[in-house]
Design a protein around this ligand. Structure first.
Ligand SMILES: [Zn+2]
Length: 169
């Protein structure tokens, strides 16, 4: 998705386009500051219970009706591990502890994140209940998976099915 900025977020002046740090960027001549479009960072949670993977059904597009690993955006001042714990609780009602960094994914499809950080988590409390942009929560065996969406979820679940996901710490 391309990014556009026409006005300065600080002073409201119209921005010009100017070369800064290696590329053309919006620039405020009043504040003397370029606008940097930073990547949207998401966290993804891979958690098992009784050898079944925790998935959420997407309530909204992109991917409405399909299933994915719990995920969400990192706030600008939030540690990614904290975001993973918060998002899992919001979407699934489950409390998790982060156990391991699994992978970092670049953007590959119409998922909303530019960079996605995936963790293995352990469920330590709560009761499964769909919330936020999840329509349903479920645990699925490797041979009974629903239709999945988004490159990181598809990739991680496929690796798990193949026994190739490094789950041990
Ligand atoms: Zn300005």
């Amino acid at each position: 998705m391309s990014r556009i900025a026409n006005f300065c977020a600080v002073c409201g002046s119209r921005l010009i386009q100017q070369q800064h740090s290696g590329r053309i960027r919006p620039f405020c001549q009043v504040c003397q500051q370029p606008t940097y479009f930073d990547p949207k960072v998401a966290v993804i949670i891979f958690a098992l219970r009784d050898e079944k993977v925790l998935l959420i059904q997407r309530a909204v597009d992109p991917g409405a009706g399909k299933w994915a690993l719990p995920a969400g955006f990192v706030d600008y001042d939030e540690a990614p591990e904290d975001a993973a714990i918060r998002e899992t609780l919001e979407e699934t009602g489950l409390q998790v502890a982060i156990r391991k960094l699994l992978a970092v994914f670049p953007k590959r499809d119409d998922g909303l994140a530019d960079i996605a950080i995936a963790y293995r988590a352990e469920i330590i409390g709560g009761e499964a209940k769909a919330g936020d942009d999840a329509a349903a929560v479920g645990f699925f065996a490797a041979d009974q998976l629903p239709p999945l969406v988004f490159f990181p979820s598809v990739t991680l679940v496929a690796q798990w099915r193949a026994g190739e996901l490094p789950l041990q710490t």
